[in-house]
Design a protein around this ligand. Structure first.
Ligand code: FAQ
Length: 311
């Protein structure tokens, strides 16, 4: 009966075991999991644009090859995650429609422009750094296909992060102009990176239920704090200043204190009003429409194969 199934589900969660596609699960769990996985997939795909913007202008063949590979990895993560959403009954075409019609979200961070090549390094260092901080605990998320996807994705993200840090090291050892470009980029990306972790805990409608279901293992503020603590010493080694006068070690808490986040800015960017929202979604829409003939050809080919099999 329904209540036996529900009990089995609750047991599986309580024992820290995984929910698998064959298992019964509450509709609300399915809904929130599809939402999170789809938002994550959309972020990877939209996230190709800010860095992709610099592929043709990379300063050397080596940097170009590295950047191409990174952006391709992001495409791979996106497709991998759409497949995970499909195990819950999500339809890839439908999810894409929801993205390009503004009915589903993607990470706020990808709505900021990339103004110099230093941004490629800073995205690797800060944005991939924040992504790892958020995603490593998701390797223990209760939904099996998502948790397993995170393992591979995190391995690639940590490689991306080192790539960014290495690029910034090279620039910081370069000319004064290069050092200034890195600092300017850090100034622009620091606060938006902190916003990637989502609204503060008292303003996060999904956290309590997602923690109870062990979809999320830590709250938004916990992970944000972890990211700040991890990043401060890296900034020191690099020789850049994080643009927050209130950033200071707090010995009592054993953590860094940091200044107030501009939540109005996050709300505005999430609701479509960030600097590049329109451009990002339009570009995604154009790519989707340009690819219509490929989807039609693939469907026609599949039909033909099927007819041949039946003949
Ligand atoms: N931007 O109640 P909560 C990457 C939404 S990394 C936009 O706290 P939740 C790698 C939230 O979804 C980036 N929307 O929600 C890469 C919810 O939406 P709803 C992607 C945001 O789910 C690097 C509403 O606000 N990573 O792509 C943001 O419990 C470099 C209320 O928030 C993931 O998606 C935001 N910053 O916690 C690629 C990780 N924050 O219900 C290329 C998986 C919140 O209104 C280059 N996701 N919202 O539709 C998660 O861990 C969670 O979903 C959170 C949000 C922590 C993002």
């Amino acid at each position: 009966s329904e209540s036996d199934l529900e009990q089995h589900f609750e047991h599986t969660i309580a024992k820290d075991q995984r929910i698998e596609p064959r298992d019964w699960l509450p509709e609300a769990y399915r809904k929130t999991m599809i939402r999170q996985i789809a938002q994550h997939a959309h972020s990877e795909i939209i996230g190709m644009q800010p860095e992709g913007n610099w592929i043709t202008r990379a300063p050397s063949l080596r940097r170009k090859a590295i950047l191409l590979a990174k952006v391709q990895d992001e495409a791979g993560h996106g497709l991998y995650l759409y497949s995970a959403a499909e195990t819950l009954g999500g339809d890839r075409g439908d999810l894409t429609e929801k993205l390009i019609s503004g009915r589903q979200k993607y990470s706020s961070i990808f709505n900021y422009p990339t103004l110099s090549f230093a941004d490629v390094g800073v995205i690797g260092w800060l944005v991939d750094g924040a992504a790892i901080c958020n995603q490593v605990p998701l390797c223990r998320s209760s939904y099996g296909p998502y948790a397993r996807a995170m393992i591979r994705i995190c391995k690639e993200e940590s490689f991306h992060q080192r790539q960014g840090y290495e690029l910034l090291m090279a620039m910081m050892n370069g000319t004064r102009k290069q050092r200034e470009a890195v600092q300017d980029s850090v100034n622009r990306f620091w606060w938006p990176s902190l916003m990637m972790f989502g609204p503060s805990d008292d303003d996060s409608p999904n956290t309590a239920q997602s923690m109870a279901w062990k979809i999320k293992r830590h709250t938004n503020d916990e992970l944000r704090q972890r990211f700040v603590d991890m990043t401060v010493p890296q900034a020191e080694t690099l020789g850049v200043t994080l643009p927050d006068p209130d950033l200071a070690w707090n010995a009592d808490r054993g953590h860094h204190d940091f200044g107030a986040i501009d939540w109005d800015e996050l709300k505005q960017v999430i609701s479509g009003g960030g600097p590049c929202n329109t451009e990002r979604v339009e570009r995604r829409r154009a790519a989707h429409e340009d690819g219509a003939w490929v989807r039609e050809a693939a469907a026609a080919h599949a039909r033909k194969q099927q007819q041949r099999k039946e003949a």
